[in-house]
Design a protein around this ligand. Sequence first.
Ligand code: FPP
Length: 236
Amino acid sequence: MKKIPDHIAVIMDGNGRWARQRGMPRIEGHRRGAASLKEAVKTCAEIGVKYLTVYAFSTENWNRPDAEVSFLMTLFSQTIDREVEELNKNNVRLNFLGQLDRFSPDLQKKMKASMEKLAKNTGLTLNVMVNYGGRAELVDAVKKIVARGVEAKGLREEDISENLYTAGMPDPDLLVRTASEMRVSNFLLWQIAYAEIYVTDVLWPDFRREAMLDAIEAYGKRERKFGKTSEQLNDT
Ligand code: FPP
């Protein structure tokens, strides 16, 4: 494959629809979605993607039925228990990013311990965005900047980037959204400024290795212009 993106961001959508189509409860879609995530991590690590950032739980997802929210919390916790060893073997670094303080103390502890355990790894970085909202992230960044006393006159774009949860990481090259929706849904609002967007009708629980390779293949055919003309790009 010719062009591999350094950073892929994914809006994992369609778990509920996948389950409904099969007459199953929504939680089965999430369970199967966790298996897709595992496969996505494996595929990306194998082909040399450096960062994979997935939207696992938005600030709005607390409004779902209590039983579904509670199932997702258990799924996050079980997945950490089951997968940390293998992630470690595969040299994956793990970050849970978002406003973590809204989670139970136990889950927070588990998230932090897993991040610490994998912090020294040097392969793929997996960012799992939880209780995450792009606007909330920007507000948090501005709070940090104001607290540091940065003067309005000297404010640069880097000041924002360096205070996001993704500080120090390159912006996503490719944003994948499954299950057909043509929306950004408050995900990585600042970071996706120049990302190529790929929407597929494949539902997240069915988004396996081949589907990821298709997305990367489609990305490879895009011409990224960053505001320049095609002629200017051809000259370089
Ligand atoms: C969107 O599908 C999915 C979610 C809100 C949850 C994402 C969670 C996982 C993929 C589980 C695995 C994650 C980890 C970190 C273990 P939806 O429920 O909005 O689907 P719908 O739009 O078809 O109803």
